[in-house]
Structure formats: C-alpha cells, structure tokens
Design a protein around this ligand. Structure first.
Ligand code: ADP
Ligand code: ZN
Ligand code: ZN
Length: 802
C-alpha cells in the first residue's frame, strides 16, 4: 500500500501539515511528487499538492481516505520547488499551501472557486444575493469574499437557503490547432491506386502530397495550394493518405518585431565587472554581486553579456525587472539580443499567455526569462544566472502571504544551483550596500556613463521663493523658460509628478471636509473623465455629490495637483505643446504603456507627463529636459524609508535626461531644498547619501542597524481589533527579551481598510533567537482561537511600508 502526503488548499486550518491519503493501486505509477490531486477533506473535496510518498501512515489504514482524482500527469512542482516552499514557509511564516501556490501561474494553482447554490425561494435570500439569482442559480462567491461581504451569506447558509460548493478553476488550457500529417511515399502510392481515375481532384491532391511526404501542414494551406475544398482533403485522409493531428500552439504575448542588436565593445569598467561575474559562472560558484552603476553606465549591457556566457554553457537565466508592464523597453533589449530564447512573465499577460510562457520555461524551450517579481519562480531546471535589475525597488517585496522578497529567493536558488546572482542599481537599497561593504556581496562599480556623456545638470528650484515672488503656478519661472526653450528647439521633455497616480480629491471649502470612502479611512480621489470619485484601496466608486455631505454647502470642488490638472495647466501655458499623459487612467488598457512610449519615441509628443511609472527605464535620445514638479511629496510619507525613496526617485528621474549625444538638464522643484535626500541626488552622489542615511537609521533604530517585524491585527469591530492588538503587544512583551522593543499597539497608517479596523505592533531587535518561536506560538493561538472570532492577524518579518 502506498500513501501520498498532501498539502491541501485549506489555509484556515489551525495546523499546517500534510495529510495522508491512500493511493489507489492502479494509480501508483501515475502519482508523483509535485502533482495536484483532489482529495476528500471533511465534508468537501479539495485540491492539494503531493509533497511526499510513503509506504506507511501513522493514521490507522481504515481511516485513510483515497485520492479521488489526479490533475497532473507530469509533476508541476519540482523537488527544488518543494524544498523552496518549505523554506519560504519558515522564512516568512506562512501556510505551506500559500508558499507552493505562489510559484505557479494562476492556471496551475490548486484552487477552487466557491459557489453558492440556491436551495429555496430567491425572495428569501439576503438582499445582496437576490440580483444575482435572478440571472443564474449559481453565484461565484470570490467577489463577496474579497469585499468582506460573506456575513449575510453565512447566515443564509445557516438558514439552509443556499449551499456552498467548490469547483475547480479551469482556466488557461493548452491551446491546440488541427494540422495534417502527410504519410509516407509508399502509403501515398497505395492510396493513389485505390482512387483510380474517377476522382481527378483527389488524384491531384495525392500527387501533390507525394512531394510533401512526412510533412505536417495546416489544412487551409494544403487546400489553397492544390485548389481543392476541405471535403476532397477529408476523403483522401479517410483513405489513409494523411492524418489529422492536434498540435500545441503557444500564445505569444510579444508580437512586436524587434531588430537584432550586436554586442557592444565594453568599457573598461564594464569589462572588469563582467570578468568577475564570468569567473563565478565558470567556477559554478554562488556569489552575490552588487552592481552599483550610475544611470546610463551600461549595467544592462553587462547583464546581456553575462547571459550570453550562461547560454553558451547550456544554462538558463532569470532577469527580474521591477514592473515589467511599465518597462517594455527592457524586454525589447533582451529580445533584440536573444530573440525566441526569451520568455516574459508579468502581470500584464492574460491567464492563457502566462500559462504558455510558464510551459515554455518548464519544457526547456527558452533560455531566458524576463519578468516581474514572481518570475523568480520560473521553473528552470538548470539555472546559471539570476539578475535583479533596480534591486532597491519595493515591488520586489510581496505584500500578501507569502510575504517574500525576490532578492532572498534569488539567493536561495543561486545556492541551490551554485550560480551567481547580480543585484543591479544606481541607488542600491541601504541594506544591500551595507552587505556589500561587509563583504557579504561583492561590490562592482560603474562610476561613468557608458558613452562618457556628462551627467545632466541638476538645478534645485526653491518653490518658497517662487511663492514670495507671486508665482502661484505649479511651474516655476526657470522651469517654464526651459520648457519653452525645448519646445522651440523641438527637443523632448519629461515632467514627473511625484505621486502614485491618483491625487485629486474633493474638498468642501466651507467646512474643510473631504469626501471619504465608506469602507476605508481614505479620501476618495477624483477622476475627471468619468466624473467619479474612487477609492484606490477597495475599488468603491460614486458620483460627485452636489453638496457637501457634512454641511450641505454647495461650495465643494476638487483639489490637489493630479496629472490631469498639470496637463490642463500645460495647455494654458503652452497652447502649442503636444502632451502625452501617462498615469493609471490612461494606461488601463493592455499594452497602453508600450503604445504611449513608442509614440513618444517617434516624437509624436513634446512632453511626457506622468507619475512614478515614468521614472524607470526610459531611454530616448531626444529627451533633454526633465522637470520634477514636487520633489517633497515622497519625503513626507509615514515611512522610515521616505528619504531613501526620495533619493532613489530623484536620481532615477534625472537619469532620463541626456542619455545620448545631447546634454541633459533637470529642474527639481521643492519646498525643502536643503534636505540631504534632495541635495545629494543632484550629483547622483550615492556614498555620501548612504553614510548620512545610515547615521539617521542608527539613531532612530531602524534597518539595517536593527531588524524589524510587524504584527497587524484587524477586525470589523473597532473594540475587538483594539483588544486583540493589546493582547498581541502584551504577549510579545512578556515573551521576548527585555532588550527587544515592542512599539504599540498603534493604529496602522490606514486605520480602516475595506471596513476592517487595523492595529499594529512593531518589533525592533538586533539579535533575538526567541523571535520566531514566539511568533509561531502567537500564530498558533491565532489560528486555533482568534480566527473564529473574525480576527485577521498577519506577520511580516521584513515590512517595507510602515
Ligand atoms: P543603465 O542600465 O546602467 O542605466 P544602459 O545599459 O541603459 O545603462 O546604457 C545606457 C546607454 O549606453 C544605452 O543606450 C546603451 O546602449 C549604451 N551603452 C552601454 N554600454 C555601452 C558600450 N560599451 N558602448 C557603447 N554604448 C553603450
Ligand atoms: Zn475604500
Ligand atoms: Zn462642508
């Protein structure tokens, strides 16, 4: 008898361990480690992954239930992935099922969708379900789950009005097309004799086929070549001249043709860096390099040539970029060098495309993956190199369970395959640079631009002076002059608004109220074209009220310098300018980023206006001016990394100007011109910034001097949320060493989100061997007791936003 140990998709279960299931005798050969199976779990059937196969079980045999279905003939998780999953579970304190699911594309996850099935009169149902049941008898509950609206549904289940059922998600199937495989010469001759002379079209077809014996062709192509119809083709196929076969086709998300590029002759600095990396590739040694190169220093060319070497050794490479849908230029550069050897993986692909790209990697059809965070799990089996470009970016940290950092996973996989990892940046994360200084990472420096262009001249404009001089516009005098100059010279300008994308809000001028989201403690933001207010945390939207909800005044209007408002101002100041506005509104459609950037590259606009999404990756020769409208915004965020992020952003945006022959100029508008993050970004002066900021972190007790961990508690009832957060703090204080500081409970930076009140405790420590055991104990308590009370508790051992 054989048993499978299965990790099931039930992540509210108090204990996180595999369960034993009997493998039916006929299936012993079919079931492998890393396959998905369907198994009974309590009253339901659930999906899970096989993580072990044994010939004994600790559970009495008569109690072990058999596996009811096998979903994969071939394993979808390798043994490497299974051990990576275990490591992730311990490293981030998450359920093992979450660690395994995150490595797979959506189509291959062991996921069910919850459905409510009607079991009575629709009129007896809770109001929120009624409109759905008028259309269908089965309602998908994932939407309600996300919006935290399950309460009335649970009540209806109790009353027996609906039954909850599970269904396997069946998305992203293999796409196949029908082709014709022509048989051998010999067979074709036999068929020809059968046909005789009465069917001249069939004869012509078979004679044509004789010139293509053994080939696999599309039916339409054959019909067209011989001028026959499908029915003629079908009759010779019936007679045995050929056979229909199904052939898998891959959906290709990358339709653009790119021109091939050749290797560049490296500069001395690049060559030095590359030789160190190649030495590690050749020695099959895990070594982590921090490639610190100023913007335009040619880091990408170093990546490309290191990958070339890896391919020559018969191995594979992963390249991570912070948000690939925003950086089509990067994908293009890899495609232009390695063509069809490259697969892309990012959130902008459809479910089917993601599935196909994943399979190309798994089947060894490509050698390089360029992708966003989750591409770090690309299922290569012979990895030779891993690269994280812009390694300081916070998008590499996942904010949902499992709360992993791609950098840590990269180094884990690097150790597994004995291969080097390159972390590249013009402004490395403080902790990475600290590690390089300690010798944990090998520091490689590119201090000059590749084509020896000068760095752009950066001018800091004090907006307080502008205000004193009576200029209330969001454009300072010097920036306006520079803009006019570029318009006259037909050169291009990038205008950068230091915002996340949304920013206008509606304010009552009489009582000062802003219109808030009903579910979250967040002001709603104004979207001009739809004439609507939206919450960007929960998706709530509503029309703009005509009067103030607080004081009924009619004197309400929208405020803030959103991109739309800047655009209007530009048209007022420079009526002749052609502006491309790139923000969440204009880029919602698939491929929109790429189209806009291409248009800008072709010179179809004079000004590219955008938020943080335009800070990265732009490399156009005609950009000679960059304007930062409000450098301070990111300085005032409630985040201990605010100065670091501002320095990184400023450096990156400035790096967009003058990358080619023409000299660049940058204007940074600010109300705090003396802040060191702004002053030091002027000359891309990383080291002094590093030292200054390390000092600040030391004093404030933040990373990299101290480690931090964050425990968050939320509940719909504010009293319960506060009470349990208090219990968490007390528990931590009692059980952790006296020199660990536990701060809190405090309200989270967004105190209410999706109708849940949020509190948090911050733990700061230097060395604390007890931390993990104590947190595990806390989680055990939560999973076995608190969860039933509706509490949600999360632990983040590497919080990036606090
Ligand atoms: P980074 O990634 O460091 O910002 P890039 O790799 O984008 O820099 O390089 C900046 C520009 O310099 C690009 O246009 C690139 O083609 C060019 N470049 C890079 N290396 C060389 C080289 N060795 N010789 C000539 N041009 C180069
Ligand atoms: Zn909301
Ligand atoms: Zn009011």
């Amino acid at each position: 008898m054989k048993f499978a140990q299965v990790i099931v998709d039930v992540s509210a279960y108090p204990v996180d361990r595999p369960f034993d299931y009997l493998i039916p005798e006929d299936w012993e050969e079919l079931i492998d480690l890393g396959c998905r199976v369907k198994v009974p779990f309590g009253p339901r059937n659930v999906l899970g992954f096989v993580v072990g196969i044994t010939s004994e079980s600790e559970v009495p045999v008569e109690k072990v239930k058999p596996i009811t279905e096998i979903l994969d003939i071939e394993s979808i998780l390798t043994e490497e992935m299974l051990s990576l999953g275990k490591w992730l579970k311990h490293q981030t304190i998450c359920y093992e099922i979450d660690a395994l699911q995150v490595m797979l594309p959506g189509a291959l996850r062991a996921k069910y969708e919850k459905y409510a099935v009607l079991n009575g009169e629709p009129s007896h149902l809770p109001a929120i379900l009624q409109p759905y049941y008028l259309k269908t008898a089965k309602v998908n509950l994932s939407h309600f789950e996300k919006a935290n609206l399950l309460k009335p549904i649970k009540r209806a289940v109790k009353d027996g009005l609906i039954i909850i059922d599970n269904e396997v998600k069946q998305k992203g199937q293999v796409k196949q097309i029908r082709k014709v495989q022509i048989h051998s010469q010999e067979q074709l001759e036999n068929v020809l004799q059968q046909i005789g002379k009465r069917a001249p079209k069939q004869v012509a077809l078979v004679e044509w086929m004789m010139q293509h014996a053994g080939e696999i062709l599309l039916p339409d192509d054959i019909c067209e070549a011989v001028h026959i119809t499908n029915s003629v083709l079908n009759s010779v196929i019936d007679k045995g001249a050929a056979a229909y076969i199904q052939e898998e086709v891959y959906r290709d998300p990358f339709t653009k043709n790119v021109e091939k590029t050749e290797f560049l002759q490296l500069t001395d600095e690049q060559d030095h860096a590359l030789s160190k990396i190649i030495a590690a590739i050749d020695d099959q040694r895990q070594e982590t390099f921090l490639l610190h190169g100023i913007t335009g220093s040619g880091k990408t060319e170093v990546y490309l040539q290191a990958i070339q070497r890896t391919i020559a050794d018969g191995k594979e490479s992963i390249v991570l970029v912070p948000e690939i849908s925003l950086t089509p230029q990067m994908t293009e550069r890899f495609k232009s060098r390695f063509g069809d050897e490259v697969a892309v993986m990012h959130s902008g692909l459809s479910v089917g495309e993601k599935y196909d790209e994943w399979r190309k990697v798994q089947q060894g059809k490509v050698k390089v993956v360029v992708g966003a965070r989750s591409a770090i799990f690309a299922p290569f089996k012979n990895l030779g190199l891993i690269i994280l470009d812009e390694e300081h970016e916070s998008t590499y940290k996942q904010e949902d369970s499992p709360r992993y950092h791609a950098r840590d996973v990269a180094i884990w996989r690097g150790k597994y395959y004995n291969c080097p990892v390159i972390l590249g940046s013009a402004t490395p994360a403080l902790e990475s640079f600290a590690r390089a200084k300690k010798g944990v990472y090998t520091l490689l420096t590119l201090a000059h631009r590749a084509k020896n262009q000068a760095l752009p001249t950066v001018r800091i404009v004090d907006m307080r002076e502008q205000l004193q001089a009576g200029n209330r516009s969001m454009f300072s005098e010097p920036l306006m002059e520079a803009l006019q100059d570029r318009l006259d010279k037909k050169e291009q300008t990038v205008l950068f608004l230091n915002r996340r994308g949304y920013s206008s809000f509606v304010l009552c001028r009489d009582c000062g109220t802003t219109v808030q989201c009903p579910n979250c403690d967040i002001s709603l933001t104004y979207h001009r074209y739809q004439e609507k207010l939206k919450c960007h945390y929960c998706g709530h939207d509503e029309y703009i009220p005509e009067t103030c909800p607080e004081c009924q005044s009619e004197n309400i209007r929208y405020f803030g310098t959103g991109t739309q408002k800047v655009e209007e101002e530009i048209y007022k100041l420079f009526p002749e300018a052609r502006v491309l506005r790139m923000d969440v509104d204009t880029t919602r459609q698939k491929g929109a980023h790429e189209k806009m950037l291409d248009a800008f590259g072709r010179g179809e606009a004079d000004i590219l206006l955008g938020t943080q999404m335009i800070a990265k990756g732009l490399d156009f020769p005609n950009i000679t001016l960059v304007g930062v409208l409000s450098a301070d915004t990111s300085l005032h965020l409630p985040d201990y990394r605010a100065a670091e992020k501002t320095f990184q952003l400023m450096t990156q945006v400035s790096g967009r100007a003058g990358r080619h022959e023409k000299l660049g100029e940058v204007f940074v508008q600010t109300y705090t011109p003396d802040h060191y993050a702004i002053q030091l970004s002027k000359d891309q002066d990383y080291t002094p910034f590093y030292e200054r900021e390390m000092h600040a972190r030391h004093i404030a007790g933040y990373p990299p001097y101290y480690y931090i961990a964050l425990v968050q508690v939320s509940h719909e009832d504010v009293m319960l949320a506060a009470e349990y957060a208090g219990r968490v703090a007390e528990y931590l204080r009692e059980n952790l060493s006296f020199n660990v500081s536990v701060i809190g409970p405090t309200t989270a930076s967004i105190a209410r989100l999706q109708n849940r009140y949020r509190y948090q405790c911050l733990i700061k420590y230097k060395v604390e061997p007890q931390l993990i055991p104590v947190l595990l104990q806390l989680i055990k308590l939560y999973r076995s007791e608190w969860i039933k009370k509706g509490i949600v508790l999360t632990v983040d051992l590497d919080p990036t936003m606090i």
